[in-house]
Design a protein around this ligand. Structure first.
Ligand code: NAD
Length: 466
């Protein structure tokens, strides 16, 4: 058996693991990343990037259908080609995956292809059917094995009629109708994208509102948008049973209703990839929900073993995984960093987009007396220029101290606009400080400035309040 010796071996080449590998190499460590699939993980291969590539196609189609409102006459209505959209998505993903390999070469990160298993406190064994088995000796191990779609008991995903988002990305043709279980981030992003592509969409959510982890006002505004798009939403509802139906699937809902659809998407959260990687053998402790327990420095209960990203079950986001990876590398190399999630934005690529940072109104009200400002996009010149006037920005401040507590946006470019607010929350700015920046004009971000002014009743583009 071949033996290699490293300072750090990282199991998992997703946005947590691959970036940690590069950072470790930059810091002079001898580092290996063990990955059994393509580099880039879920984010690059089956999540963030491919879905955003398809959403861009769907939005382009929507804009072309509305061409006449921009003064453009098309000689015939636009027609989309799903397979061409899929091919475009694949090309983007392949290019970026290749980019990671290039970065590894340039920084001197070893990529070991295969399934990584911890076979000792200082050993990771890489198993690959074709290349055989190899043991990597290492001072430190970072686990970044990520997560996969969770399932619902009694509803078996078959990849034909009952799908996860992984299957949707690879469909040969889109269904005429789809039933989506779960109005969380994945459910709502796919609901909007498929609806833009003329698929009939029904969404079932067991909690009382769509995007239940966002601010309640956001859910209300967003649900209005779903209605405009003719997406049917059943909240406070579960799917009781699924049977084959004339359309494909027939679902009985907890309220007694029935939904017929060609296919069904299960988007009810994620399960952690902790199986078969040797955790029990070395005694790595888990949380109650099955994720790996770490401290704020990403250390597990075993001295030289760290865990980062989704598998920690904290925040399941590509970008916090990357942050975790940086912290773990620093600490593995003798540092003492703690994660800092203050001001991590939530960015949701629905139609319109949704984004937030800081506390929701309900959470903020538990500890603060609030001052709230709002600004609707329809009062903004740039929103009219873009023909995207739906939505609103809400700024929440502390009435006494003026500290900025949270910002919640529904509207075009929300996922970009939020970053100004994220910096403000991260740096502990006041609402006045956020509003005192001279924003460019005309930009959608002005809505943030106006909403900050509205906290103090001084937004000049709003009518006088009675
Ligand atoms: P989620 O936790 O966001 O939403 C799952 C939803 O399913 C919840 O609203 C939940 O109440 C509902 N649900 C659960 N069981 C149900 C049942 N039996 N019937 C009806 N509804 C049920 O999870 P997700 O949408 O699967 O996304 C997974 C993770 O990936 C999330 O943590 C998310 O943050 C992340 N993600 C992020 C982005 C982004 O940042 N843009 C995009 C996609 C995914």
């Amino acid at each position: 058996m071949e033996i290699d010796k490293y300072n750090i071996v990282i199991i998992g080449g997703g946005p947590g693991g691959y970036t940690a590998g590069i950072r470790a190499a930059m810091k002079g460590a001898r580092v290996a990343v063990v990955e059994a699939d393509k580099l880039g993980g879920v984010c690059l291969n089956r999540g963030c990037i491919p879905s955003k590539a398809l959403i861009a196609s769907a939005e382009q189609y929507k804009r072309m259908k509305a061409a006449s409102s921009f003064g453009i006459n098309l000689s015939s209505p636009p027609v989309y080609d799903w397979l061409a959209m899929r091919a475009r998505k694949d090309k983007i993903v392949d290019g970026l995956v290749g980019g990671i390999s290039q970065l590894f070469k340039s920084h001197g990160v070893d990529h070991h292809f295969g399934f990584g298993k911890i076979t000792g406190q200082n050993e990771v064994t890489v198993v690959d059917e074709n290349r055989g088995t190899k043991a990597l000796k290492t001072d430190n191990i970072i686990i970044g094995t990520g997560s996969r779609s969770a399932s619902i008991p009694g509803i078996a995903v078959d990849g034909q009629r009952i799908l996860t988002s992984d299957h949707l990305l690879e469909l040969d043709q889109l269904p005429k109708s789809i039933l989506i279980i779960g109005a969380g981030v994945i459910g709502c992003e796919w609901a909007c994208m498929l609806s833009l592509l003329d698929v009939e969409v029904t969404v079932v959510e067991m909690l009382e509102r769509a995007l239940p982890f966002e601010d309640a006002t956001t859910s209300k505004l967003f649900e209005r948008e779903l209605k405009k798009m003719k997406i049917k939403l059943h909240t406070g509802t579960k799917v009781e049973s699924i049977t084959p139906g004339p359309e494909g699937v027939s679902a009985t809902l907890s309220g007694g209703g029935k939904v017929e659809a060609n296919q069904m998407l299960v988007a009810v959260g994620r399960a952690f990839n902790t199986e078969e990687i040797g955790l029990e053998e070395v005694g790595v402790k888990l949380n109650k929900n099955g994720s790996i327990k770490t401290d704020a420095g990403m250390r597990t209960n075993i001295d030289n073993i760290y865990a980062i990203g989704d598998v920690r079950g904290d925040i399941l986001l590509a970008y916090t995984a990357t942050h975790d990876g940086m912290v773990a590398v620093e600490n593995a190399l003798g540092g003492n960093l703690k994660r800092n999630y203050l001001g991590v934005p939530s960015v949701i690529f629905t139609h319109p987009e949704v984004a937030s940072v800081g506390l929701s109104e309900a959470k903020a009200a538990e500890k603060h007396e609030l001052a709230i400002g709002k600004f609707p996009l329809r009062a903004l010149g740039k929103a009219h220029a873009e023909n995207e006037i739906s939505g609103e920005v809400k700024v929440i401040g502390d009435k006494k101290t003026d500290k900025l507590l949270g910002v919640h946006i529904v509207g075009v470019h929300a996922t970009e606009v939020i970053h100004t607010a994220a910096l403000a929350v991260n740096r502990g700015l006041t609402v006045t400080q956020l509003g005192s920046l001279i924003f460019g004009h005309p930009v959608i971000s002005e809505s943030l400035m106006e909403a900050a002014h509205d906290v103090h009743g001084s937004a000049v583009h709003l009518a006088k309040k009675k």
